[in-house]
Design a protein around this ligand. Structure first.
Ligand code: G1P
Length: 296
């Protein structure tokens, strides 16, 4: 089995209820961070890591997502005609080569593990990445590229990892660390959303994975885990008992939880401040607002 990672799965079937009423008609993944939909950040990160095949696990009501990845030749012609080269380049940078993007329906919301399992036939017998577009990671070297590099050395399934406050461990998959080797940790167990006081550490799984295809076999059992859902964490943890090691990778970068309103707003501010065309306006606005708040 080659250890080259060329396929990525994007589970995007979630209902996005935390963003109602917006998500009545707009899929969460299309919601805009500065000027690009959330999912574009994940796609760009995947491309930077050498991914060439993109598999979306979708659900009813997500057709706007498929439309987003369509090319717009008429608009491109129009922009070309008007000499709007910058906009044309922005638009063209989002074009996907025909045949590199696939959509699979998850017919029932049975959990993240089940969503990934739905893509099993497209993945086949090779290592693959999973990216949760809710987790947006600002990093000099994109997170998945960091992981692919580490994976070439280690083999074995790998999850992105980050320390979280102890009182938040029940919102994550949590690693039981066997050996801590700085950025890399080897893992002896993983628990999805441990009950309070039961977390083996505060090292949490963040939504970037490189997985061996054996994880898909583990998912065949359709075992329910935390919250009655088929959990990806459990299927990865099952591999630890097999011949494969499993690793956590402490990535360099800042992660934003864009699945929550507060996280989405924080990401909007941080990504806005990182943009040369927005920085000055945004900075003075934030300063004014902070001064006004302090005076209240
Ligand atoms: C999912 C995973 C969890 C992981 C988290 C990271 O949970 O199941 O293991 O820690 O993403 O964002 P969710 O946030 O979908 O409940």
């Amino acid at each position: 089995m080659s250890n080259k990672v060329t396929k990525a799965v994007f589970p995007v079937a979630g209902l996005g209820t935390r963003f109602l009423p917006a998500t009545k008609s707009v899929p969460k993944e299309i919601m805009t961070l500065v000027d690009r939909p959330l999912v574009q950040y994940a796609i760009d990160e995947a491309r930077a890591a050498g991914i060439t095949e993109f598999i979306f696990v979708t659900a009813r009501g997500k057709s706007a997502l498929e439309d987003y990845f369509d090319n717009m030749p008429a608009l491109e012609d129009e922009l070309r005609r008007k000499g709007k080269t910058d906009l044309l380049e922005t638009l063209q940078a989002t074009n996907m080569e025909s045949g590199t993007i696939a959509y699979i329906r998850q017919h029932r919301a049975l959990g993240l593990g089940h969503a990934v399992w739905c893509a099993r036939r497209l993945i086949g017998d090779e290592p693959f990445a999973v990216m949760l577009p809710d987790d947006v990671i600002a990093a000099e070297k994109p997170c998945l590229a960091q992981m692919v590099e580490a994976y070439q050395e280690t083999g074995g399934s790998m999850v992105a990892a980050m320390e979280v406050p102890h009182d938040q461990t029940s919102a994550y998959g949590i690693l039981d660390v066997q050996e801590d080797m700085d950025a890399l940790v080897s893992v002896r167990g993983m628990v999805e959303k441990p009950a309070e006081g039961r977390a083996p550490s505060n090292l949490a799984v963040i939504g970037r994975y490189i997985l061996n295809p054996s994880v898909l076999e583990n998912l065949n059992a359709m075992k329910q885990g935390a919250g009655g859902e088929i959990q990806l964490t459990d299927a990865i943890a099952q591999d630890i008992r097999g011949p494969n090691n499993v690793y956590g990778y402490r990535f360099r970068g800042q992660r934003f939880d864009c699945g929550s309103k507060a996280g989405f707003l924080q990401a909007t501010v941080a990504f806005g401040l990182a943009r040369a065309d927005l920085r000055d306006d945004l900075t003075s606005f934030l300063q004014e607002i902070m001064i006004a708040q302090a005076a209240e």
